[in-house]
Design a protein around this ligand. Structure first.
Ligand SMILES: *Cc1c(COP(=O)(O)O)cnc(C)c1O
Length: 432
């Protein structure tokens, strides 16, 4: 199947070219030219997550260089099944997407992208992936590419502006994954990455790739866990499952939206924002107005201009129609704190600040009795609470035990190289 740019100027690309390129050359985001639809009976009753992923993604890869690799890529990326389990007292569910290497949902998309890029044929020069991170993305990308042959990774993060635990994680890979602590902000890191990625002459000498969240190689595979969970739920109950998705750049929720368009048994999709409320305002009826981002307790969602909004508008250009298909709510830091405390005291559940936004939104929908709220709901849990001990531990008054993968990572030595906010310095390092 062909992939089209949302800006409509770049020529259509194969899915492997779209995955290799990240961004389309006209500055747009790639989207599949059509969305196949599925019936629940298209999937085996006991299909694993990897099997669901293969079936769901196959049409996009038909005729592509990666088609024959798709099964192996899915086996690598979807080895860990996310539990869908009961949560609280109202018959709700929680979909835990944090059981991967770095304990956040980004492990799924990064794992798929890494396996896909490693399987692509290329010349004899290694591919260098450069990624700017404010914390979670860099670790997921580092873990996914660690020791993959023919690929090296440069992680750029703002020195002193990620948590100590996050910094340790980013620097602990070694081998083909290097961390750089940049004298600047996250925006400066992103600018450095963009400068190099758009430097055609440099890319001739040092082949570069991108792994940020706009890549189709991260977006499409995320549909798999929504498909898997909703199919299991509909088999068990005959009902569709509604989701509340913690949302920043709109990648995770976009995947849920696409899965519903492909006829999976998904009911309502509600986006949970933190105080960065650009989407909540849009879905309440305002014009879409990107803002500069605010710092909140749910820092992986501190996004003022969600970059996947362009994909949503491309799929559904009519704002009124779009507002009938999705909704969004914003949650402030006080509510995040209250929700973490409440979940612990009433249900013995420890949740991360991002997950708390989704839990709060579902409570609000219930309290307001909005239409359709009677159905079955799953809140999406995007990260393990042990990733955010500074926030969570003082609220619940105890330590959050580390999951084993995270504990192992924190025991490894960690090193990051200092880097000036200067594209020339980065070029010189990557040349060696
Ligand atoms: C990245 C991230 C999010 C936001 O996901 P988007 O796809 O950017 O909307 C939410 N929670 C956690 C823990 C994350 O790391």
């Amino acid at each position: 199947m062909r992939m089209l740019s949302t800006r409509g100027v770049a020529p259509p690309a194969s899915i492997s070219d779209a995955i290799a390129a990240g961004l389309a050359p006209d500055g747009g985001l790639y989207m599949p030219e059509s969305l196949p639809t599925f019936a629940p009976t298209d999937f085996d009753d006991d299909a694993t997550l990897a099997q669901v992923a293969k079936h769901l993604l196959q049409p996009f890869f038909a005729g592509d260089a990666l088609e024959r690799e798709l099964d192996a890529i899915c086996d690598t990326a979807f080895a860990i099944e996310p539990p869908l389990r009961a949560f609280g007292e109202s018959g709700d569910f929680i979909l835990e997407l944090f059981h991967g290497a770095t304990a956040a949902f980004k492990d799924y998309g990064a794992g798929f992208l890494a396996a896909a890029l490693a399987a692509l044929p290329r010349g004899n020069k290694p591919l260098t992936i450069i990624v700017a991170t404010s914390g979670d993305t860099g670790a997921a990308v580092g873990a996914a590419f660690h020791r993959k042959p023919g690929v090296r990774v440069a992680i750029l993060y703002p020195d002193g502006r990620v948590s100590p635990r996050q910094a340790h994680q980013l620097g602990c890979f070694g081998d083909n994954v290097r961390a750089f602590r940049v004298a600047g902000s996250f925006d400066d890191c992103q600018r450095l990455v963009k400068t190099l990625l758009s430097d055609a002459a440099f890319k001739q000498e040092v082949p570069l790739g991108s792994a940020n969240s706009i890549s189709l190689g991260r977006l499409l595979p995320q549909m798999a866990y929504y498909a898997h969970a909703s199919l299991a739920h509909s088999r068990a109950t005959g009902r569709s499952l509604n989701f509340v998705v913690p949302t920043g750049n709109l990648g995770n929720a976009m995947a849920c939206f696409l899965a519903r368009r492909m006829s999976l048994p998904i009911g309502r999709i509600v986006l949970a924002n933190n105080a960065n409320d650009v989407l909540a305002k849009f879905f309440a009826g305002d014009d879409y107005a990107p803002q500069s981002s605010l710092s909140t307790l749910a820092n992986a969602m501190d996004v003022g201009a969600p970059n996947n909004f362009e994909r949503l508008q491309w799929l559904e250009p009519d704002a009124t129609a779009l507002r009938t298909q999705l909704s969004a709510e914003s949650v402030d830091d006080d509510e995040i704190r209250d929700t973490i405390v409440d979940a612990f005291q009433r249900h013995g559940e420890t949740i991360c600040p991002h997950t708390a936004c989704a839990v709060r939104v579902l409570q609000r929908l219930r309290a307001e009795g909005v239409e359709g709220v009677e159905g079955d709901w799953a809140v999406v849990s995007t990260a393990h609470p042990a990733k955010f001990p500074e926030v969570v531990e003082p609220l619940i008054g105890r330590e959050v035990p580390l999951p084993p993968a995270l504990a192992a990572m924190l025991e490894r030595p960690s090193h990051a190289q200092a880097l000036a906010d200067d594209a020339g310095a980065l070029r010189a390092i990557l040349h060696d």
